[in-house]
Design a protein around this ligand. Structure first.
Ligand SMILES: O=C(O)C(=O)C[C@@H](O)[C@H](O)[C@H](O)COP(=O)(O)O
Length: 367
């Protein structure tokens, strides 16, 4: 078992990464102060519920916890204010009180949604992340929780840190191939912003990662989570450094919003966004190999590196203006300067961004 700490003073918490942790959940929950006297609510989606809910419920009930579970539709469309209202109603009906905890069992969508329920229910209750996807090594750490608005992704949210992150690697073995690739997008991102050797390792081991080789996946998640924990520990509220975690997300979030959430998986949109950022890097003087390496490693992980043809450039540009990274009338982008290094660039000319989005689309048309 591997263990990491997100170091945030009195709000520090552990990330446990290992095999068979679902079955031992009650031990970890008790160790980290989750109440057995107040009911807790597991929020999961219909796909994850069929595979892993029974094991988590059994461990917790056998350990003396009072458990209610709510199952939402799988996919980004569940990250909505309507769903938040529905879950708050269920929590009230089930008698959750201020000592209760909300538990996210699933990927990024469930983690963000359940986390926002935890942040807002009775002005905030405890929260536990039990990630079941590769992508969630990113979203389960750092306390960003949110739901979407039709005009912009993650625009209604909060910072609400979990008490612990319990990552059972066995849950990953049932992931469909497309989800595996999408998850690797955020793994590669952690290398691109912080650790050139890790990018190299990802490329060399891409086949093993896609085949869910347990050792390779365990290593990738440990390295990715370490980067995430280090960044969040230094800048919890995204005053400066934490913004680097947004590499690829300015274009990526716009693509998700334009597609109506769900057509592109989050990791796929971020992959295309990271190619866009690498193209922007060239304009700010990054060497050509930053772009070519980025493209190679993402392709090796089975990720898209071009914009699907039917996407409308005007709509993408409009969506970018609603993003949190559009500040004081200008665009802010995370721009790679070398492999493993990025800058946060303000005042990026909108015309450059438009040209890059057009190029991403033309490359798809030329295929
Ligand atoms: O944790 C962060 O900070 C990140 O930016 C990680 C991103 O990968 C993640 O998708 C995040 O939810 C995006 O944050 P947002 O503030 O742009 O909504």
């Amino acid at each position: 078992m591997r263990e990491l700490t997100v170091d945030l003073g009195e709000r520090s918490y552990p990330i446990y990464i290992g095999e068979g942790l679902l079955e031992e959940a009650s031990v970890y929950f008790a160790k980290h102060g989750i109440s057995k006297k107040s009911p807790l609510m597991i929020i999961t989606d219909e796909q994850v519920a069929g595979r892993h809910l029974a094991a988590l419920e059994k461990s917790l009930k056998d350990g003396g916890f009072s458990v209610v579970s709510e199952v939402v539709e799988a996919g980004e469309s569940s990250k909505s204010l309507a769903m938040l209202g529905m879950l708050v109603g269920k929590a009230l009906e089930a008698g959750l009180d201020r000592n209760s905890a909300i538990v996210a069992l699933g990927g990024g969508v469930v983690g963000d949604l359940a986390g926002f329920v935890a942040a807002s229910y009775m002005r905030g209750v405890k929260f536990v992340q039990v990630p079941t996807t590769i992508l969630a090594h990113d979203s389960s750490v750092g306390g960003k929780v949110a739901v979407n608005h039709p005009l912009a992704k993650n625009i209604i949210g909060a910072f609400h840190q979990p008490e612990l992150v319990l990552y059972d690697l066995r849950t990953l073995q049932t992931l469909p191939p497309r989800e595996v690739s999408a998850g690797l997008s955020e793994v590669v991102k952690h290398g691109l912003i912080w650790d050139a050797d890790f990018v190299d390792w990802c490329e060399t081991n891409a086949e093993k990662l896609l085949a869910l080789d347990p050792d390779s996946i365990g290593h990738a998640l440990y390295k990715g989570s370490s980067v995430k924990a280090a960044v969040v520990s230094q800048d919890e509220r995204e005053n400066d450094l934490r913004a680097i975690l947004n590499l690829g997300h300015t274009i990526g979030h716009a693509l998700e919003a334009v597609a109506g959430y769900g057509e592109l998986l989050h990791g796929e949109a971020i992959s295309i966004g990271m190619i866009g950022s690498a193209k922007l890097g060239l304009r700010y003087g990054a060497p050509e190999d930053v772009y070519t390496t980025t493209k190679r490693v993402l392709s090796a992980c089975g990720l898209p590196v071009r914009l699907p043809e039917h996407y409308d450039v005007d709509s993408i540009m409009d969506a970018m203006m609603h993003d949190k990274k559009f500040k004081e009338g200008t665009m802010v982008f995370v721009v790679p300067t070398a492999i493993g290094k990025v800058d946060i660039v303000k005042d990026v000319p909108v015309a450059w961004v438009r040209e890059i989005v057009e190029q991403l689309k033309q490359e798809a048309e030329l295929q």
